[in-house]
Design a protein around this ligand. Structure first.
Ligand SMILES: C[S@@+](CC[C@H](N)C(=O)[O-])C[C@H]1O[C@@H](n2cnc3c(N)ncnc32)[C@H](O)[C@@H]1O
Length: 417
């Protein structure tokens, strides 16, 4: 069941306790009057465990490079009122848009990656849960029947050739024959359902897990692994998976549960996400911006979801990604990043209402933002530092993020640094 619960700020403010900076778990008690210097954004793993950071639809599909919903919540509560509109020109997996909706704030997102936009619109969508439940159960049943495999043999080796062949080289290289057959069977059924886009996300999440890779290299697998391997994650010899059905059914159920959970919190606020280049996309008038741009040379946002592009036949616009890993971190790459980020901000800042907040969360390792912000029609009021120490797996380690808290000023030119 979907509940529309607009949250008028005035009545809510009367209920929330006063924010105490010593306890960063209190995001919900941040108010428009909370002093910026009081904000404590340095959550520890214990204070903000993974299940909270990946609550409801935030874990509908893995995505490397997202910020945490609680960070967005703090800035929405501090700077936006219910009914206003926030823009995220690098909306990624949709964290800003989903959190804004939860707080009754309208949200517009742009992202160059078609898969990210699909993911965001699926997360933020409105669902009739009983219809979704029927569709999920129906497609899983049909997939199981048409892949023609008794339950127990799903764990064994492929026993027959597939009737659903593809000439896609990537798919043939990265999936065992049985896994590919199951994925293609599920995919062939999707278009007949109302919630086809939700099912596409289930398909892609299952495909991610079913790739021929090791259990410890789901983020950046370089080449297919077809033989048993020594798995440091499980401390034994593991085999690359031969099947996808178990993932399809597991993620269909998990996705349904997550959508139901968000449905309990979803408000009537508007959410729209567009597949566009933020350097030149036409931007609607908004009350403010909250965003985390790509960092310099860290992640290839299209490449991390290669399986989705291949399966869904989405257009790859990776050449338009700003700061992609493949461009590296050289001086030249940094200069290109500055130029591209300036183009984005020159395009989007004028859409913000006078005095509106522009919050930019950036890993500014190369100290480029003073140059990027220079001369733009905004004032940079504060730069907050955030200690990030919760990363796990291959991306573990700690670092600091800078949060540039700016306001739109049409008559002024930002001077920093
Ligand atoms: C750091 S991520 C944003 C993550 C987001 N805050 C979240 O929580 O999911 C940066 C995003 O910028 C997108 N991007 C890169 N270049 C872009 C461009 N020229 N126009 C629009 N989006 C772009 C990438 O595809 C990526 O999804």
């Amino acid at each position: 069941m979907t509940l529309d619960l607009p949250l008028p700020r005035t009545s809510e403010e009367q209920r929330v306790p006063v924010y105490r900076s010593s306890d960063p778990t209190q995001s919900a008690s941040v108010r428009p009057t909370t002093p910026l210097d009081d904000l404590n954004l340095n959550w520890t793993e214990k204070q903000l465990p993974e299940r909270e950071r990946t609550k409801h639809v935030h874990r509908l599909h893995p995505y490397l490079g997202k910020y945490i919903p609680q960070l967005v919540e703090v800035f929405i509560r501090r700077f936006f009122a219910a009914g206003e509109t926030v823009l995220d020109p690098f909306s990624g997996s949709g964290t800003t848009l989903v959190q804004a909706n939860e707080l009754g704030v309208n949200a517009i997102g742009y992202d160059i990656s078609a898969f990210n936009v699909l993911m965001t619109n699926v997360k933020a969508g409105r669902y009739d849960v009983s219809t979704l439940r029927k569709e999920v159960s129906d497609i899983i049943d049909k997939t199981e029947r048409c892949t023609d495999q008794p339950r127990q043999s799903l764990w064994g080796k492929p026993t027959r050739s597939s009737s659903r062949a593809t000439d896609n080289e990537y798919l043939n290289a990265w999936f065992a024959p049985r896994a590919l057959d199951e994925l293609l069977a599920f995919q062939s059924l999707i278009s007949s359902y109302e919630y086809a886009d939700f099912l596409k996300i289930v398909l892609c999440r299952a495909a991610r897990s079913a790739r021929l890779t090791t259990h410890f290299d789901l983020d950046f697998p370089k080449r297919p692994v077809t033989q048993p391997y020594s798995c440091y994650k499980h401390g034994r010899t593991c085999e690359p998976t031969q099947t996808a059905f178990k993932f399809l059914s597991r993620y269909a159920a998990d996705g349904l549960r997550r959508v139901e959970q968000f449905g309990q919190l979803r408000t009537a606020a508007d959410v729209q996400c567009f597949n566009a280049d933020s350097r030149d996309g036409s931007i609607a008038a908004v009350d403010g911006i909250i965003t985390s741009p790509p960092y310099v040379g860290l992640i290839d946002y299209h490449e991390q979801h290669r399986y989705a592009y291949e399966l869904l036949g989405l257009t790859d616009r990776g050449d338009l990604e700003i700061g992609s890993a493949s461009d590296g971190q050289s001086k030249r790459a940094q200069a290109a990043y500055v130029e591209n980020m300036r183009e984005v901000l020159e395009n989007v800042v004028p859409s913000v209402a006078e005095g509106g907040p522009i919050i930019i969360v950036a890993g500014d390792k190369f100290d480029l933002y003073p140059t990027i912000l220079q001369g733009l029609p905004l004032s940079c009021d504060t730069i907050l530092k955030r200690h990030v120490n919760r990363r796990t797996g291959r991306r573990s380690g700690e670092f600091h993020e800078s949060i540039f808290v700016c306001s739109r000023r049409s008559g002024s030119e930002c001077r920093l640094g």
